[in-house]
Ligand binder design. Structure first.
Ligand code: E4P
Length: 214
């Protein structure tokens, strides 16, 4: 499973990249707004830091606007992936952009039928949101498992990018469910290596070493 970071913050991207296991970046309009930066400028900065796919989401909600923004964003850098919502205009824009060779990430996916249609339209990535489904009392992980089954049954090439991940348990479940990619905030990445027995074990090793050799 590939690991993307879900942020528009450059320090977090640098820290994740320096771990040596980062495969890409996703952003969304809320994350860009949180940074208070211009999208184009920030995408240039992120693409200079990371070689893998970097998702830039359109703001337009109509087909023509999505196409204009999508083509413009795709021109920022070769690793930009145009992020579009799973709506009717989004599906049409996905098909049109994919036909032009522009990669898309279909976001705000909450049910397997959306994932099926965007795969038919040639999406490069689909982003089912686990945490937001859990928040409303549904099981986000069921959605991951169902999309995996649909894609495997029919041989779709669209990559299943598990999104809206809130904690390490989500990550483990994504690994077991066969997600192709997980996009995660830095706070969750930082928790992935943590285990109290690792910390305690290390303290004990060092204390024993100090006792023996000073
Ligand atoms: C995915 O690309 C989205 O940016 C993200 O994972 C949304 O997560 P949230 O539900 O925690 O905002």
């Amino acid at each position: 499973m590939q690991l993307y970071i879900d942020t528009a913050n450059l320090d977090e991207i640098r820290r994740a990249r320096d771990l040596g296991v980062l495969d890409g970046v996703t952003t969304n309009p809320s994350l860009i707004a949180k940074e208070g930066v211009d999208l184009t400028r920030r995408m240039e900065e992120i693409c200079a830091l990371v070689n893998g796919p970097v998702s830039a989401e359109v703001i337009a909600t109509d087909f023509d606007g999505m196409m204009r923004e999508g083509v413009r964003n795709a021109g920022i850098a070769p690793n930009i992936v145009v992020k579009l919502p799973c709506t009717e205009p989004g599906l049409r824009a996905c098909k049109a952009l994919s036909d032009q060779g522009i990669r898309t990430n279909m976001t705000l996916c909450f049910q397997p039928l959306q994932a099926w249609l965007v795969a038919k339209a040639g999406a490069f990535l689909v982003s089912p949101f686990i945490g937001r489904l859990d928040d409303v009392g549904q099981d986000g992980m069921d959605l991951i498992a169902q999309i995996r089954r649909v894609y495997d049954t029919y041989g779709f090439q669209t990559k299943l990018l598990a999104a809206s991940i809130r904690h390490p348990k989500h990550m483990l479940e994504c690994l077991l469910a066969g997600a192709d990619v997980a996009t995660v905030p830095y706070s969750v990445i930082a928790q992935l290596l943590k285990h109290p027995l690792t910390e305690l074990g290390l303290e004990k090793f060092l204390a024993d070493h100090r006792k023996a050799f000073g």
